[in-house]
Design a protein around this ligand. Structure first.
Ligand code: 4NP
Length: 158
């Protein structure tokens, strides 16, 4: 079992989108029985809330349903449980390092590291921008999710 956790600030825009995109990719390749996939936020603003309506709409336009997800806060035990803890930006990365059990730091990575042919190192926060920000975020997340699955298939021999 490969455990993958996507992490952003609020767990209502970027990380639930990444969870939905990666889940669909894994399902399409019929590998879902081998994965545990989840998302969380480093802050507690939106615990128990569904994803932002704009994120839901952007995902739905690409055939991805994230309406059933619910916001939760990342905890130290998540870093022990999940093999890949993928931060959307550097602030999320630093917040995860702050709660990381000693010696587990290599599990925490910047998600955009996995995107091929993209200069961006962070997925920008779309929360305070317009609806086009959500499509841009989805394009970036789709690229990184594809690269992530390729990397996992190669390193875990799946
Ligand atoms: P996310 O976006 O980290 O991609 O879920 C945000 C959601 C909420 C807030 C900030 C970013 N907020 O400040 O409430």
């Amino acid at each position: 079992m490969v455990r993958v956790l996507f992490v952003c600030l609020g767990n209502i825009c970027r990380s639930p989108t990444a969870e939905g995109v990666f889940r669909k990719l894994v399902q399409d390749e019929k590998l879902d029985h081998l994965f545990e996939i989840d998302s969380a936020g480093t802050h507690a603003y939106h615990i128990g809330e569904p994803p932002d309506a704009r994120a839901q709409a952007a995902c739905a336009r690409r055939g991805i349903d994230i309406s059933g997800l619910s916001g939760r806060k990342a905890i130290t035990a998540d870093i022990e449980r999940f093999d890949y803890v993928l931060a959307m930006d550097r602030e999320n990365f630093e917040n995860l390092i702050d709660i990381c059990p000693p010696g587990q730091e290599t599990r925490i990575r910047l998600f955009m590291e996995f995107a091929a042919d993209r200069p961006e190192e962070e997925v920008p926060d779309p929360y305070f921008g317009g609806p086009s920000g959500f499509d841009r975020v989805l394009d970036m997340i789709e690229d990184a999710a594809r690269g992530l699955l390729e990397d996992i298939r190669r390193t875990q021999r799946l």
